[in-house]
Design a protein around this ligand. Structure first.
Ligand code: NAD
Length: 336
């Protein structure tokens, strides 16, 4: 394959990060974009010098398109990813991997059967600080991971939901703060701590209850396979989008993540490392990972290597989401 042809379905907010990342790659050509919104479609097609499609079925059939990015509302991820894989395309799907475990498993099966690459956009795993934390844990210099906490306090006000037809609804977003915003931090914690089990969870709509059907706040107690205990708190009721905080306690030290800044406290004292990079595009709380994530996706296609974030790996994050939503609903339904 000389040049990898690409199509993007969904020309909304996040598509800019995909366009920007693709524009920097050699041997990769964006050939088509798709959106049901005529204005967004025309704008994206003109700016990207790509063909425009109002119906995604036309885009995934093109023989000069080898890979498809799915950048649409959550409820469409499974259907579009599966169809694109069956049409013989590699798929880079924005998070989440479906709105249910069943959907994630169907996506995983479609990837297996097609032999094409499927990956899910958990770009925060590509952040410098995330990789450093993983390196310290896997390297073992600070001993076993005993537990920790993760804290996401962001701000999503009424207009964010009122001006969007799919956000804040169970049928289309599949939840809110957990499946949409805090999913990155949950996935990161899972990547660092290994398989997580949900012990307890509460969800509520503390501030946006009149606007959304779903949760704006969620807390969880999770454990990993070696008994480590993790507290997880996420809310869209913050006054601003505060840097994500994560604190990990190991046998011989601690790591504290504050956005892109990492403090590693080992036996020889604390070391401060700053992984902040200037963002060329997008919102700062999306992090800088889209570029390296998309670059790595195409590198792996060219090298015929498996995805860094495999379908089985990403599916585990959806499993946790489903457990959390199911658990919370069953608690809510309990007679008082
Ligand atoms: N990785 C990240 O950090 C990150 C950040 C923001 C959004 N996202 C994800 O990206 C996806 C899109 O989010 P967004 O913020 O760009 O939303 P958005 O509403 O701004 O854009 C979604 C676009 O999809 C289009 N669309 C809807 N149905 C379609 C269909 N049937 N065919 C073609 N186009 C269709 C809409 O018209 C809209 O332009 C979501 O999955 C979201 O979770 C990821």
């Amino acid at each position: 394959m000389d040049t990898i042809g690409v199509g993007i379905i969904g020309c909304g907010m996040i598509s800019g990060n995909h366009f920007h990342a693709l524009g920097k790659l050699e041997g990769v050509a964006l050939r088509a974009v798709c959106d049901i919104d005529e204005e967004k479609l025309q704008k994206a097609a003109a700016e990207q010098h790509a063909d425009g499609y109002a119906d995604w079925h036309g885009l995934i059939c093109r023989s000069d398109i080898d890979a498809v990015h799915i950048c649409v509302p959550h409820n469409l991820h499974a259907e579009m990813s599966i169809a694109a894989l069956r049409a013989g395309k590699h798929v880079l799907c924005e998070k989440p991997m479906g709105v249910s475990l069943h959907q994630a498993q169907a996506m995983e099966a479609a990837a297996r059967e097609s032999g094409k690459m499927l990956t899910v956009c958990f770009q925060n795993r590509y952040n410098g600080a995330s990789r450093r934390m993983k390196e310290v844990i896997d390297g073992g210099s600070l001993g076993n991971l005993l537990g920790g906490s993760a804290f996401v306090a962001w701000n999503r006000a009424e207009p964010y939901y009122q001006n969007s037809s799919w956000r804040g609804k169970w049928a289309t977003e599949g939840g809110s703060v957990l499946i949409n915003q805090a999913i990155h931090t949950l996935d990161l914690l899972r990547w660092l701590a290994g398989t997580l089990q949900l012990q307890d969870c509460t969800m509520s709509a503390k501030r946006l209850g009149k606007t959304i059907e779903t949760e704006d706040t969620c807390d969880m107690l999770l454990t990993n396979a070696s008994g480590g205990r993790f507290l997880f708190y996420a809310s869209n009721c913050g006054v601003s989008n505060l840097p994500v905080q994560m604190h990990l306690v190991l046998e011989k030290g601690e790591m504290h993540l504050d956005g892109a800044r990492l403090t590693i406290k080992g036996p020889d004292g604390p070391v401060f490392e700053d992984y902040a990079t200037a963002l060329a595009v997008g919102k700062d709380y999306w992090g800088s990972g889209h570029g390296p994530f998309i670059e790595d996706f195409y590198h792996r296609i060219k090298m015929d290597q498996p995805a860094f974030i495999t379908p089985a790996d990403a599916r585990e994050t959806t499993r946790l989401l489903e457990e959390a939503y199911t658990y919370t609903m069953s608690v809510r339904r309990r007679p008082t």
